[in-house]
Design a protein around this ligand. Structure first.
Ligand SMILES: N[C@@H](CCC(=O)OP(=O)(O)O)C(=O)O
Length: 398
């Protein structure tokens, strides 16, 4: 059971993401024991203050490299998967050893994108994590690298942590990395780089995101910005902070009720970047899952009438009459992009397969039965399984 909140502070659900560079030495791949111990102490202190904590821990592959005395990550996917199978066990055992010193139970959760592609599995994953938190356990999440195939990989744990945080309606996501915060340029090469303290709209940040990340990890500032966008749009406050100073998290949480715009005046607060959670237009849970849990298997191009119907305030579902073109091969209940005038404007879970929609496109719903021999529903996609979000043309290229 979660301990009672001491002080008069609200109990927060906090997700802490540790990149490979916070867990293992980049060159030798030896675990950074002192750093991991500081993280364990911080997590246990947060728990004692009544907060729920989930860790998203990278490092499986690096630990495997160390165990097998391999100098660097191979390029072949099956080799990486085998190395991850060796390393993940050692990683979780190390966490368990350290947390056991402070009598804190942990649990391992390994997720692939496929696992959350089904709505019921997504809800199940969220329920399991909630149950673990209720039992006073610290769930430790990583991508199931051994089973993930290229097309369904999260790839970097920044995205996985944002999806996890959104899935469990967390209050905070801490992305711990090897810099204090996000800067206006790369601070390693540009002395004029200025720290970015508070971001109200992550899409407006003009930061240097060219950093490719550490040698072992796959993240970098670019994936952190994407994670910030994902997290804040589902109502999570996202913080970028230095991985070698995990106790900063305690300070930041202690000032959680202070208005973000007053935080710079608070003495002794560490340097970090705070992406403020979006309150208005916070995506409903199902929409978050539809946008981020599922990988689109194709796309439907729609006409102006359908665009008007699915985007207006009192919006409707997508009817076959408004579909002008079907791209890709997909089954019923898979996710597809919705394209209008060459731009991806949303995503939907379809009620018919690509072959069926090919036959019923531009047709009235009352003709579906005579064309297909059955009518599943009059809609190609129900309103509640349709999310409108301007992805621009980038998503089209995928
Ligand atoms: N799932 C992988 C980590 C993926 C990755 O490289 O993440 P990160 O170090 O956060 O950029 C592992 O356990 O090694």
């Amino acid at each position: 059971m979660a301990p009672k909140v001491k002080q008069s502070q609200k109990a927060y659900t906090v997700v802490i993401k540790l990149g490979t560079s916070s867990i293992c030495d980049e060159r030798t791949h030896e675990p950074l024991i002192s750093n991991l111990s500081l993280i364990v102490e911080t997590v246990v202190k947060l728990r004692k203050l009544g907060h729920n904590v989930v860790l998203v821990s990278s490092g499986g592959i690096a630990m495997g490299l160390r165990r097998l005395d391999l100098p660097k990550r191979p390029s072949k996917l099956s080799a990486v998967q085998a190395i991850a199978a060796v390393g993940q066990g050692r990683l979780i055992s190390l966490w368990d050893n350290l947390f056991s010193q402070l009598r804190q139970p942990i649990a391992q959760i390994l997720i692939t994108r496929n696992d959350i592609a089904e709505r019921t599995q997504y809800v199940n994953a969220a329920n399991t994590i909630s149950e673990l938190l209720h039992l006073g356990v610290v769930p430790i999440v990583n991508e199931n690298d051994t089973l993930s195939v290229q097309e369904i990989r999260f790839g970097d744990n920044d995205t996985l942590s944002a999806i996890t945080a959104g899935m469990i309606n967390a209050d905070y996501l801490f992305l711990l990395t090897d810099v204090e915060c996000m800067y206006t340029a790369n601070p390693r090469s540009n002395p004029d780089a200025k720290p970015i303290r508070v971001v109200h709209d992550s899409s407006s940040v003009i930061a240097d995101v060219s950093s490719p990340g550490s040698n072992v990890g796959t993240g970098g500032m670019k994936t952190k910005l994407i994670a910030a966008e994902l997290g804040t749009s589902s109502g999570v406050n996202v913080v970028i902070s230095h991985g070698s100073k995990p106790s900063n998290i305690l300070e930041i949480i202690r000032h959680a009720s202070t208005s973000v715009d007053d935080l710079e005046k608070v003495e002794g607060l560490p340097l970090y970047t705070h992406f403020v959670a979006k309150k208005q237009n916070r995506m409903r849970d199902r929409h978050f899952w539809l946008l981020h849990g599922l990988k689109p298997q194709g796309s439907l191009e729609i006409d102006g009438g359908a665009h008007e119907a699915i985007t207006r305030t009192n919006r409707a579902g997508l009817l076959p009459v408004g579909v002008t073109k079907v791209n890709g091969h997909f089954a019923a209940h898979q996710a597809v992009n919705i394209v209008f005038n060459g731009v991806v404007i949303g995503r939907a879970l379809v009620n018919y397969s690509s072959t069926e929609i090919e036959l019923i496109k531009r047709k009235r719903s009352n003709e579906i039965g005579s064309i297909l021999g059955f009518t599943e529903t009059e809609y190609v996609a129900y309103r509640d399984y349709l999310v409108i979000k301007d992805f621009g043309t980038q998503e089209l290229a995928k």
